[in-house]
Design a protein around this ligand. Structure first.
Ligand code: COA
Length: 328
């Protein structure tokens, strides 16, 4: 008797954004910038910011509930939780465990993964393996962030980019894929291009300038170039792994960092922008929440339909990048 691996499929999606909106015009009052500069260079118009005391897990709870509702799944059916974030509520318990408690789920494995803006793709890839190996039958996969907590609001080169939010999907087993393949990369050689340099082990000491370095540091221009190159090559890698031509893709669901990076990836795929889910104008870069937020937007407004082929991709600090090819 041969053992046939299962596949995983997305049974439901959900998302949540904090109430407060910070527009480019608001930012003009905080740093020397302009709405025109931000829109031209990034495509961002506004971003959502968590209220004081509102945490990453607070944002994840409604996103997860919506995904579970869309999948028709009760809390006691979830048997694996994986939570992508680089802005956890606390060092431990991990955000997966905190979410598990808030959702009233008892006794299933719950873990968080950190790969900066690629965390959700990493989480999705791991959950896919759990389902395919029969280790899980109903996985909750989350990407959620409160990036606003680690943004230096006096630094115009980064303050304009980031926002807060949460997205989630429920994965279930299926005889047909579902998730066709996932592809993950990290190149730690580039660790100094995009980083937040504090942690319990390294310490929370002031830097040479006397400031606490609890902020995102980024060499924007270099990150931009590597992002365009890496995402271009992961598109080729993903299509080649599945023996598919780029014309097969129905929707590109990209990481929402910068409209110019998104346009470059769409161009690589010969895709018109009408076939790309773009939320960067309203969300900014929400790191690991950005792909599941965009996915949920496309599903809920009816653009993404069952049976269509989706290419998800993300890029972030590490440097990390990844993709997932999905028959929705
Ligand atoms: N408003 C106005 N001017 C600004 C500005 C702002 N918010 N931020 C930077 N500038 C200025 C710079 O000081 C510089 O001025 P100078 O020419 O007098 O020195 C000029 O604009 C150009 O700066 P540069 O950094 O070269 O701009 P850019 O076109 O590369 O755009 C980013 C900057 C950050 C928008 C862009 O590099 C980017 O999006 N990078 C990738 C970021 C990313 O995706 N990060 C996350 C990955 S997950």
């Amino acid at each position: 008797m041969t053992f046939k691996l299962k596949h995983s499929r997305i049974a439901g999606t959900g998302s949540h954004l904090p109430e407060k909106v910070l527009t480019n015009t608001d930012l003009e009052k905080m740093v020397e910038t302009s709405d025109q500069w931000i829109q031209e260079r990034t495509g961002i118009r506004e971003r959502h910011i968590a209220a004081q005391g509102e945490t990453t897990v607070d944002l994840a709870v409604p996103a997860a509930r919506r995904a579970m509702q869309a999948a028709g799944v009760e809390p006691d059916e979830i048997d694996f939780i994986i939570f992508g974030t680089c802005t956890p509520d606390q060092v431990f318990p991990n955000c997966g465990a905190l979410l598990q408690d808030r959702l009233g789920i008892r006794n299933c494995p719950a873990v968080s993964v950190e790969a900066a803006c690629s965390s959700f793709i990493y989480a999705l890839s791991i959950a896919d393996k759990f389902i395919r190996l029969g280790e899980a039958k109903c996985a909750l996969v989350v990407g959620a962030e409160t990036l606003s907590r680690i943004v230096d609001w006096t630094d115009r080169s980064t303050a304009i980019l980031f926002g807060d939010g949460a997205g989630a999907v429920v994965l279930k087993p299926a005889d047909e894929p579902g998730i066709l393949s996932t592809h993950l990369h990290t190149d730690g050689f580039y660790k100094d291009l995009l980083y937040c340099p504090v942690g319990p082990s390294k310490g929370f000491h002031a830097d040479e300038s006397g400031r606490m370095p609890l902020f995102i540091h980024m060499a924007g221009n270099e990150v931009f170039k590597i992002a365009v190159k890496s995402l271009g090559s992961i598109v080729d890698e993903t299509l080649a792994a599945n023996g598919l031509d780029k014309s097969a893709i129905d929707w590109l669901v990209p990481h929402q960092a910068n409209i110019r990076i998104i346009q470059a990836t769409a161009k690589k795929l010969d895709m018109p922008m009408e076939k790309v889910i773009v939320t960067v104008a309203e969300h900014g870069n929400t790191s690991s929440a950005s792909v599941p937020l965009a996915l949920d937007a496309g599903v809920r407004d009816g653009r993404i339909k069952r049976g269509q082929l989706l290419l998800l991709e993300a890029f972030g600090g590490g440097l990390t990048w990844g993709s997932a090819l999905i028959r929705y």
